[in-house]
Design a protein around this ligand. Structure first.
Ligand code: GLC
Length: 426
């Protein structure tokens, strides 16, 4: 209720700003905005775009949606940007693609939109990911990080606290599952499908054991991969179907009340709190666990806005990017969609924190979140690694075999490239 009232109030203010009756005889400028399907009510973004149109008479912004899956969006963009004549003017890009798209010459530099002095108003990770050869190629839109969701009511019922280590998590999940045998409850859901989401959880598990997929201590890396497999095979706290699960399918099962723990991005929280949600008021969020002796290591995620080099409407697209990444819009999508602002000052706004209390807990997690390697070759690397991790998850390969293949492939791909941030190689 309160949230929609906020939207209406804001829109009313915005309408007040337009110049009534200002119309033009010229054919409208149509901007095509391509982006992945956002979670939550699609009207929030379309209302914002209608507001932009009112402020820019003669401009029409047409949204064209892609599936939410990051890898499938990447496929579409790679095909359509490569020809040099993209059929869109603005695109939402995953934080891991900016380097590749900039290097390929597919997206335009946006240095002018966000002068260096203003960049420190944003979280540093996304700005680094958007900067290629010293120039900014995308403006961060919202930021993500992996977190652990838990059912507070179930832990309370059994007198348990949320886990800090992965072994706490398996022990607690087994205890609750054993006590609630006929409930059909799953212990721990995560994203195990062969796609980018699997890279994220694998990195989070290995990095929280002081190592990494492509570098670092081999034994600890094998142990981390083995742990992922064993949540299914040994501890039996993770259903086998997790090997095909993504963010939305896990969010759905947890949201229906069928799981105790879930790794996911923060967007799910506001959905759980909606009226009619079976888990409303029963969900808590904590940092992802680590292995004993190491720290939690959530991955940095998020999305940015970029402009194809071929766009013929650069000025107005620039204005649209500024509008969509402004503090006002970020506040709006944080409230209405539960997306985390990339502008740090918003995390100090009491009125926003009242509506979205989770932001306060997320701030330190977002600041310490670890990027995936910032390199134009990241996708190549990820696509080579994903099948290996997937093979471990479904029990087709041992962690040792998979790591051999991963480290060999990464060496081939990176060849003589300079070591990018996050790859941990010299
Ligand atoms: C989320 C993150 C994105 C990540 C993707 C993986 O959308 O924001 O950075 O690559 O999930 O599935």
């Amino acid at each position: 209720m309160m949230i929609s009232a906020f939207l209406l109030l804001w829109m009313a203010g915005a309408i007040g700003c337009t110049q009534a009756g200002e119309e033009t005889d010229r054919a409208p400028t149509v901007l095509v905005f391509k982006h992945g399907k956002l979670s939550g009510d699609g009207r929030v973004l379309s209302d914002l775009l209608r507001d932009f149109e009112r402020r820019h008479p003669g401009v029409i912004v047409r949204e064209e949606l892609l599936p939410a899956d990051s890898d499938r969006q990447h496929q579409y963009y790679a095909m359509n940007l490569d020809g040099g004549k993209a059929p869109f003017d603005l695109l939402g890009i995953d934080t891991i693609w900016a380097q590749e798209f900039a290097k390929a010459g597919w997206i335009a530099s946006l240095d002018g939109l966000l002068p260096p002095a203003e960049r420190n108003q944003f979280f540093p990770g996304p700005i680094e990911a958007a900067t290629f050869n010293g120039r900014l190629y995308a403006v961060p839109w919202y930021v993500d990080t992996g977190v652990l969701y838990y059912r507070r009511d179930l832990l309370d019922r059994h007198g348990l606290e949320p886990p800090r280590t992965w072994s706490d998590l398996t022990r607690i999940a087994r205890t609750v599952l054993d006590a609630e045998q006929d409930s059909g409850l799953a212990g721990f859901l995560w994203q195990g499908k062969q796609y980018e989401g699997l890279m994220c959880i694998a990195l989070e598990v290995l990095r929280s054991n002081g190592t990494d997929l492509w570098s670092g201590d081999r034994d600890r890396a094998e142990y981390g991969l083995q742990f992922l497999r064993e949540t299914i095979s040994t501890y039996r706290i993770t259903p086998l179907s997790t090997s095909m699960a993504d963010e939305e399918s896990t969010r759905w099962i947890f949201g229906e009340g069928h799981a105790l723990f879930m790794r996911n991005w923060p967007y799910a929280w506001s959905m759980f709190q909606q009226e009619g949600s079976p888990v409303r008021g029963k969900v808590g969020v904590v940092p992802l666990p680590s292995f004993s002796g190491f720290s939690s290591a959530p991955v940095l995620g998020g999305w940015m806005l970029a402009m194809p080099n071929s766009s013929t409407h650069r000025e107005v697209v620039g204005e649209l990017i500024q509008f969509l990444t402004s503090a006002d819009t970020q506040r709006m999508i944080a409230i209405e969609l539960g997306y985390n602002p990339v502008r740090r000052a918003l995390y100090d706004e009491e009125s926003l924190l009242e509506l979205r209390p989770l932001l306060k807990d997320l701030y330190p997690i977002l600041l310490s979140a670890q990027p995936r390697p910032v390199t134009p070759y990241y996708l190549l690397l990820s696509q080579a690694v994903q099948p290996e991790i997937s093979a471990v998850v479904v029990g087709r390969k041992s962690p040792a075999e998979a790591l051999d293949a991963i480290r060999r492939r990464v060496d081939q791909i990176m060849g003589d490239q300079a070591s990018p941030a996050g790859l941990g190689r010299s």
